[in-house]
Design a protein around this ligand. Sequence first.
Ligand code: GLN
Length: 491
Amino acid sequence: MNYCTMTVNELSRLIKEKKISSLELTLSYLEKIKETDKNIRAFITVSEETAKKAAAEADAVIRSGAGDIHPLMGIPAAIKDNLCTEGIKTTCASRILRNFVPPYSAEAVARLKGHGAVIVGKTNMDEFGMGSSCENSAFGLTHNPLDPTRVPGGSSGGSAAAVAAGLVPYALGSDTGGSVRQPAAYCGVVGMKPSYGRVSRYGLIAFASSLDTVGPITRDVISNAMVYDAIAGYDPKDSTSLQEHSEAVADKLKGSNVRGMRIGVPYSLIESHTDITVKKALSSAVKHLADQGCEIIDITLPDPGLTLAAYYALSSAEASSNLSRYDGIRFGERAEDCSTIEEVFKKSRSRGFGPEVKRRILLGTFLLSREMCDRYYKKALMAREMIINGFSSLFSLCDVILAPVAPTLPYRIGKYSAEPEARYSEDIFTVYASIAGLPAISLPVGKDADTNLPVGAQIIGRAKDELTVYRAAYALETAVCGGERRCGNDI
Ligand code: GLN
């Protein structure tokens, strides 16, 4: 049997029924990684020995028959390389952290491990999460498994590519302005950004702390909810963690119907900002939801230019502050050939950071400078308030919002190398949920007729209402796949 095209949900059943052992499963994924990852390059590190050990431990628990077997028990997973993994290198795809081995695991990773998950490796990304194509990695780029001449998206491009290529059944990513949702869309898989604070940021290497979130990437919606259930919930180690009880969602999806759900669709923004393939896929998604009894409502989202500007201003300002700790002394690889402390700072940072990270640090430092702070940073904070209020009003008209994830299909490697700002504007549809702290999921809803490349749609919900987001996504997936629960590509 080819386990590598199965979903977490399917594998979980096989493990529980003892039809397959965790070690068998882990070995088959490790084999697949060895065979195919040289062409995709989704992984920065493959943790083969630790994985085998964890698999053997999971098998011992399953064999012992003691207690309930968690749905993720014994199932392999990949982790984005900005989430700390105890004893496994965590580089953030940066030269400055290329030899960093954390002494502890991020809370989300620790929760997975606590449930018997098997970590097979760490995935490639844009350095420190800054980018949307995986081209800004100090370790080289990742290819889209559906077309190796194209980008897999980013910054969690390695995680999405690994799931799409069947190198793991699920992966964790991080999403600050779209980094789980957009690569999921580009690779034809499902990616979820929870509400801000829903999943602990403890051990997630900070990019922009008021926006950073951790979320799962899977082949189908129900598996995504299963991983979400395992990582969501209050963590006292993260001061911004939501204290409310986090409702488990996976068990509530089957059989739930969406009749009467009000779906807001920003028609005019879609019209002006997407290409024809994305438009077509979105309009068929709208039709699917309408056929299932949803009420479709034409809405206008807050100003897109303002939202994008606020996102890039706030995220760069926070990044410039967060990344000041990499000075070669407190954190980060130290330049050794220096005679003064200033030289250590200067050389370590100049050599350690790539061009995009430097651009953001410079921009963020400028925005926070005394002369510019009121004009830009504080204005961006005010814009954020307005956007949050805008969404509050919209959510009195509708229950969720259906929007594109990206304006176009996955583009060719190198397309934006000389135009960073043009790349930034591609984030137009994902930064909304980030700025407003809302849960949003990306799932495949169509394919381009000529290239067969996938198109993703995004469902955005009210803050803390992950359940409604998952319910709408599950209904849409059922309609798109015609009951076949796997939209992922069988490659
Ligand atoms: N593409 C966005 C950026 O470059 C988002 C990145 C992210 O979510 N980490 O900032």
